[in-house]
Design a protein around this ligand. Structure first.
Ligand code: MLT
Length: 401
């Protein structure tokens, strides 16, 4: 797993007469960040050990803001593509002091031997860079000042998976493992899972902004958007802010309506309970409602998995999510405006929180939307009936192509 970030300082001799970091030095900082990353992992000699050299074939840099002597720039690098002999690395540089995006760059490398002939990219480099070398640990990407944990798996058109409350990206495990032919991206929202949990700053808008910035950092413009329950509320906000980028929509066990006034009071009561008793109280209140059956014995291992996710959720993240859900706008009016975005609505037949009738109405309101009902599942079909859910998604995605 590569280090998420490399910090490098801008020196006066790297700047032009106006005191701005000059272009040549920019290039060398990007290069230094790449070598530094390798030095902290498989070693700077990882290519020479394999008898190959990564030759730069193409470079594109977007400069967003000037950098000055003394600025500390934080470089993040992501492997955005790899073939047999070539790979593409995307890097971003942000100023640590104010998190300003200073530059983004893309480098295409071809691995060559001593005669200059293309040779395979060393497996060690691909394994390390794609975060699979240590068993698929998440990458961490800083966006809007918050470190977001994210799994990025596979190649092809992108699908962004947004988890429900108060869960994390691991709920999409079956979909990430099995939806081949797509780049599957599953982040932990701020405040959940392995992402940072600041005390303040939670709303549907900040969740959506985080996701857009995360995809920018990963170099992904267009994507299929898939959200479960609270993830669906976030998806509606992404649609409001970034509709152009959304090439397909999968709404899983969610609703478009805002909270009723009683529901809003319930959010405040839950937040008070989380502050006083921690995530255990939330797990005890929620678990019996999340599956087709309220009995842990008949649910089996899915119960334990979800319980672990909830117990791991930081209290500021739980309270933040409750506030964001309490204050979210009504999205019903958005549904008829989604024509042109192929949409699949999925619902567990036994969902007691966002029931089948609700999903049916939502599918009727979205022009051309399909409805898939997962038999024997409650509110969390991707976890409770993973194979059926993945199959429904795969069929939809195939038909969409
Ligand atoms: C979820 O699963 O994300 C929550 O049940 C959503 C909600 O409480 O409205």
């Amino acid at each position: 797993m590569p280090p998420a970030e490399i910090d490098l300082t801008v020196y006066p001799d790297e700047c032009d007469a106006f005191g701005h970091l000059n272009q040549a030095s920019f290039l060398s900082l990007f290069e230094r960040a790449r070598w530094e990353m390798l030095a902290r992992g498989p070693g700077m000699d990882v290519f020479t050990r394999a008898g190959v050299w990564p030759a730069v074939r193409k470079t594109g840099i977007d400069y967003h803001a000037p950098a000055f002597p003394g600025d500390v720039l934080r470089f993040q690098q992501a492997l955005t593509h790899h073939g047999r002999t070539s790979f593409t690395m995307r890097q971003t540089a942000r100023r640590v002091r104010d998190d300003a995006l200073i530059a983004t760059a893309e480098f295409v490398f071809v691995c060559i031997d001593r005669e200059g002939k293309p040779v395979p990219v060393p497996a060690e480099v691909v394994g390390y860079m794609s975060g699979t070398a240590s068993g698929g640990d998440a990458r961490r990407v800083t966006v809007n000042g918050v470190r977001i944990a994210v799994d990025v798996v596979g190649e092809g058109p992108a699908i962004l998976f947004v988890h429900g409350y108060p869960l994390d990206r691991s709920m999409w495990r079956h979909q990430l493992d099995n939806l081949s032919g797509f780049t599957r991206i599953a982040p932990d929202l701020r405040g959940m899972g392995d992402s940072d949990a600041p005390d303040l700053g939670y709303s549907m808008t900040t969740y959506a902004d985080d996701l857009a910035a995360l995809l920018d950092t990963l170099g992904i413009d267009e994507f299929v958007l898939c959200g479960l329950s609270m993830g669906g509320y976030v998806a509606f906000e992404v649609l409001r802010q970034h509709r152009r980028r959304v090439r397909g929509l999968v709404l899983v066990d969610t609703r478009a309506e805002a909270d009723s006034s009683e529901g809003r009071k319930g959010r405040d009561a839950q937040a008070a309970s989380a502050r006083e008793h921690g995530p255990r109280a939330i797990a005890d209140a929620m678990l019996p409602k999340l599956f087709a059956s309220p009995d842990p014995e008949s649910v089996g291992s899915a119960w334990k998995r979800v319980e672990e996710m909830i117990l791991k959720a930081p209290v500021p993240g739980i309270v933040g999510a409750l506030t964001a859900m309490r204050d979210r706008p009504d999205s019903t009016g958005l549904l008829p405006l989604l024509s042109g975005i192929p949409t699949l609505v999925i619902v567990g037949e036994e969902d007691r929180l966002t029931p089948l009738a609700n999903a049916r109405t939502m599918a009727e309101l979205i022009p051309g939307a399909q409805l898939a009902v997962i038999p024997g599942a409650g509110h969390l079909p991707p976890v409770e009936s993973p194979a059926e859910t993945t199959r429904a998604m795969a069929e939809f995605l195939k038909a969409r192509d």
